[in-house]
Design a protein around this ligand. Sequence first.
Ligand code: PA5
Length: 447
Amino acid sequence: MSTSLKLNIDKVFGFVSKDKIYANKAAAEANVRTLYEKTGVGSDFTGWVRLPSSITEDQFQAIEQVAGFFRKEVDVVVVVGIGGSYLGARCVYEALSDNFWQMKAKKGPRIIFAGQNLSEDYLGELIELLDDKSYGIIVISKSGTTTEPAVAFRILKSHLEAKVGKAKAKDYIVAVTDAKRGAMRTLATQEGYATFVIPDDVGGRYSVLTPVGLVPIAAAGYDIRQLVQGAVDMEKATGPDVPFEENPSAIYAAARNELYKAGKTTEILASFNPKLVFFSEWWKQLYGESEGKDLKGIFPASVTFTADLHSMGQYIQQGLRNIFETVVSVSGTDKHIAIAPDAANLDQLNYLAGKRIQDVNRMAELGTMLAHVDGGVPNIRIEIPSISAYTLGSLMYFFEMACGISGYLLGVNPFDQPGVEAYKKNMFALLDKPGYEEESKKVKSRI
Ligand code: PA5
């Protein structure tokens, strides 16, 4: 099965040999089977593996119906969630939106994200904005008790109820949550909100193709069927019957693990397109939460070039040599702008006359790759033809599958995140949450 994604690891071979990477063939193929057969650690959370191809027409229609309601009825949809209940939707939304959407007229509602921080100014300014807008809320939380979205939702819910009345407000709130358990399920049932289910066997960072991602993306007016189709095609291209040599996720997983063993402990995801900033945020959660445990794991970082060539470029070129780069390269653009000749040529740019900005960006990309490789930074390149719902779906599933294989190659459980509880315990103790009385005394004595 061919997808439009092309993986190139040629610029890694100067650092670790092709033989070493391909020696992972048996283990990587076994890991794909383990994911499909649910026989590895964390297998309770591998529902994402066959997810794209199992989404039904009824599920699409239910999501599109709710999205259609919001698109017809409101100026703004506020999407409330954090972490795995936020980054997938935000990533796709930012990648598919006009760079200047805030300033341009657009059909359908604006999407605004909340519940991903504890900034009083952020929520206060949002409430001011919503005072004279019609709006709906999509609240996404498996547990319903995650502090950031729970605080934001409590405030937004009461603002909406005060604005339109409690009876009407419930029709403008949709909850995406656990099928049966949790505070959000209880609240949604009690208040009579429309709901969508987060499957039990899909963890937050792998959930973009569940209603967690699909409901907000559809409300934004983007094509969730194309997004899922991209993922379906990648599911086939990385499945258990595909040999290692043809499986891009397996090759990427093997290459980054060999680089890690060779001392390259930081991976920088780079792009040359500002629309992919939140793609990198999504990717960092996926790899950081999946692999950073048991005192192991590649540290995932990100840069957006060419902007960051004028800031982080120095470090990447000549700093500590523990890094490698993975470039998400987009070959096509939607717009076509050629650089015009100028008679005075005071800016000395006439050598670019007739070239497109994309040509210049491309040469910046290739020049950077060679400079960084020469400076000791291995380069993995993942090329997509354009940014579209289809290519994003394909790219996201590619990285999810690679992450599962990679975590198993590393010898960790890529589907748990026990470490994220530590700060919460301290925060709850400092806030005097009932049940934390003993912790509270201990923590306060250390401040
Ligand atoms: O990946 C994860 O598990 C986290 O990022 C969670 O998704 C995040 O904390 C949100 O949790 P919840 O959906 O329960 O509000």
